[in-house]
Design a protein. Sequence first.
Length: 291
Amino acid sequence: MQQKQENKWGPVHVVLVNYNGLPHVLGCLSCLMSQTYAQREIVVVDNASHDQSPQIIQRRFPQVHFLASPVNGGFAQGANLGIKLALEQGAEAVWLLNPDATAHPQALEALVRVLAGRPKVGAVASVLRWAGQDRVQAWGGGNLSLITGRAHHITQAPKAGAPDYLCGASLLLRAEALGQVGLLDPDFPLYWEDADLSWRLRRAGWQLAVAPDSVVEHQPSTGLGDNEEAWHRLYTNGSLRFFRKHAPLPWLPVILSSGARLARRALQGRWQAAAGIWQGLFSPGRGRLPS
């Protein structure tokens, strides 16, 4: 039965975006070789890494499509390069997978099964587990208020309904839905681009879903290392862009959410984090990625 369903569904392109993450991306590519869903192509987009990633990835995995971006334009811009290639090559769906993630062998097959069986679903996410821990990071996504600005991951299967947004760490996107709403918004250099896409899909009439049998082990955030200022600056900048696009009163959720985070970090004496939040709101370079 599963083989027949797979034959009815077309090819899937897996898109990884790498920036100086060689150990992680090599592990991720190794796990992709054992995926049970056979109709797949793998695209690695390298965002101008300087850790020998391009040379080593191409040498060890010559079967993958390798795209070299001349600049590090962030996750959304890099992912869009891979998505465009996938759509040009006739992919029916695109699987965005973080390079610091390890997918269980049936992860992609489970995602495809949901997408193939539910034609109104535009995107389906995996259950993310903290790597090496028996603990859920996100049951596919989370809930988000356009009034208070509060966003939080769901950590167990909801009794009803779907999350407000899906996590981009492991996200299967229907090509038809992307053709209607567009690709990721490159104005989000890091963080909140998945929530923005989720909102655009829902407004266009597409449903979001989670595949409980698709399990992905995800490392703690590795993209910015221990650069607390940059993390909070880019996260705050992403939230500012998101609420400007989608909230009826954009400054209300910004003030309530970012103001509360700023106050908490200041009271905790985490001055780098507090500075990052402030810069994310007011600095001209709030969306600048670290070099």
